[in-house]
Design a protein around this ligand. Sequence first.
Ligand code: VG1
Ligand code: CO
Length: 543
Amino acid sequence: MSIQTVPTTPFAGQRPGTSGLRKKVTEFQRPGYLENFVEAIFLIVGSGGGCGLVVGGDGRYFNREAIQTILRMAAAHGVARCLVGRGGILSTPAVSCVIRKRAAFGGIVLSASHNPGGPDGDFGIKYNIENGGPAPEKITEAIHAATRTLNCYHISDCPPVDLDRPGSTRIEGMTVEVIDPVADYAELMARLFDFDAIRALFARGFRMRFDAMHAVSGPYAQAIIEGMLGAPGGTVVNCTPLEDFGGGHPDPNPVNAAELVAHMNGPDAPDLGAASDGDGDRNMIVGRGLAVTPSDSLAIIAANAAVAPGYAKGITGIARSMPTSRAADRVADSLGITCFETPTGWKYFGNLMDANLATLCGEESYGTGSHHIREKDGLWAVLFWLNLLAVRGQSVEEIVRGHWARFGRNYYSRHDYEAVDAGAADALMEALRARLPELAGRTLGSFRVAEADDFVYHDPVDGSVATHQGIRIIMADGSRIVFRLSGTGTEGATIRLYLERYEADPARHGLDTQAALADLAAIADDIAGLRQRTGRAQPSVIT
Ligand code: VG1
Ligand code: CO
């Protein structure tokens, strides 16, 4: 067993996006591709000075192979200890939990989240820092810079570690500890939520369906919902993580989790439906015949935080990504706390949570979480809803409608134009940017534009500035049109159009969402030339 220095040359394009480096599996399989990126990580973050490094992924194709490479490279870089989930499995929230609980210096998460897996699918790698959260931009940018000048990487030539056998082994001077992927996380959940009340709810005959979409949350949901909370066997479906997620698209939204939504609209619908994504950090909440929007879910959780023991003392603040609807802002106002508006991506919430400025965070993209860890957390949101339903004794629909009646309804939808020509997408955004100065004050249809800008975020904690975070057209009545380009895709560009309209009148809370937003969608198409520039008659996905 010895440490090798292997000559290499840089690969172009190893720049982390919204959530780590995401590429086709075939790209990651190019000799040296993964190694170069991992070398750059260790060059920037160092070896942790005796602390541990957490390593795990969502079980997708190439997960095990990547983990073996990372372990051999960690050993070569003098890392003292690596904690790896059994079978190479750790959900993204579990990585965050384990980093914090075991005072590791960081973690490496292998996942492309909701992107499809398998040999022709996507793979991804992300570095998390010692607070358990995604590395901030200054670190990811430094890693990217390092990938551009590498000429060698360091790796041990030791044989593969048995990832399926719990316990410790050694590579060079490093200890590899294979840990139970669920235990630390489950223990944390039991401290945050009233498990007795939820157990009693199931004992009274409450029924739910949790669709793990053949992805990583299966073992967690099974152990917690069926094992600890006593839900009947079969409550968690599609619960074995598969390397290709069963050929599906593990994205918990009404389009990709259509089967669950159909079940919740059917005659035998249970009381609650839920789903999670590839790496377990997203969630969808569905009642009988009603899918809760993620923006509403954040607002409802905030308005009811005190039902859960972990939040009984109240919340200090809320944070939402800029495109997320302003439903949470109304709750924050009523509580007399701040609702922070950040760029898209969980990394921007870390400072706010570390400084205790925000307790709850959320994104419109089916991401919700709290300061219990530093990642969004799918199962956490589902457990919160179970706790809420157990305490309130109302249905999901009653809770949602009651929330709208009290705070008003923010009609909300996202329209994605996927895999469009990257040049056309850039040109569309450029043209929009150029038009911003003339938009303010103008009347568009029945709306008057109050403000139009390219969102800039000033981090109130460390003073860092993030520019070009999305184009906002804010109407005088609070309605919004937002455009941004995705930073997680692996094919061409994806344009996201976000539409929001506020309705205070309870008599108008029962409209169809797309109908309620049709005027705004038409205005958006008009000012951006969406259909004309993309050559698409309609969005590829509407959520
Ligand atoms: C998307 C979502 C964003 C989310 C990110 C990572 O990013 O819009 O809200 O944080 O995915 O989620 P983008 O740049 O494609 O819009 V996950 O569950 O894929 O780690
Ligand atoms: Co995810």
